[in-house]
Design a protein around this ligand. Structure first.
Ligand code: THU
Length: 159
């Protein structure tokens, strides 16, 4: 038997179509992206998270000469939130990625490892996190939960 699995996502045509909170997150992710430490790939990623207390926390990718020792923007940010705000829920997560010094309009989705890490925190807080991803320009994609980006998720319920 063959089955089909459906994911739902929204497309937002451009920055102007975002609401005020979303614009703040976009601006914050874009700003922190500019100072990402990505001298090896020259691919810069910024991440901004809205916490339930109204704070916006940001981070960027941090690379390393020993390549696998570097870390993506989403995990740099979410681990920092996990360490510093262990009891504060994350409401929204916005990612913006693009090569340094290039115009780009293709939405950049979180990588597989970041999806898994985001899932951990979504499960921990027992409340979904809205995920937005974009490039510097163009369409913005939005999902209601990380589970839409990670079907057949492995989580603590299997342990
Ligand atoms: N990168 C992120 O920061 N987030 C992702 O979800 C995908 C990739 C970073 C890792 C590396 O520094 C650069 O982009 C190229 O892979």
């Amino acid at each position: 038997m063959q089955k089909e699995l459906k994911i739902i996502f929204n497309t937002i045509p451009n920055y102007a179509a975002l609401d005020e909170t979303e614009k703040k997150l976009f601006d914050a992710a874009k700003k922190i992206r500019e100072i990402a430490y990505a001298p090896y790939s020259n691919f810069q990623v910024g991440c901004a998270m809205l916490l339930e207390n109204g704070e916006i926390v940001t981070g960027s990718n941090q690379e390393n000469a020993a390549y696998p020792s570097g870390l993506c923007a989403e995990r740099t940010t979410i681990f920092w939130v996990g360490a510093n705000y262990p009891d504060v829920k994350i409401k929204k997560l916005f990612v913006i990625g693009a090569p340094k010094d290039a115009i780009s309009s293709t939405p950049i989705p979180p990588c597989g490892s970041c999806r898994q890490s985001i899932l951990e925190y979504e499960s921990k807080q027992a409340e979904t996190i809205e995920i937005y991803f974009a490039s510097l320009d163009g369409e913005i994609y939005k999902t209601r939960s990380i589970r839409d980006l990670l079907p057949f998720s492995f989580d603590a319920s299997y342990l």
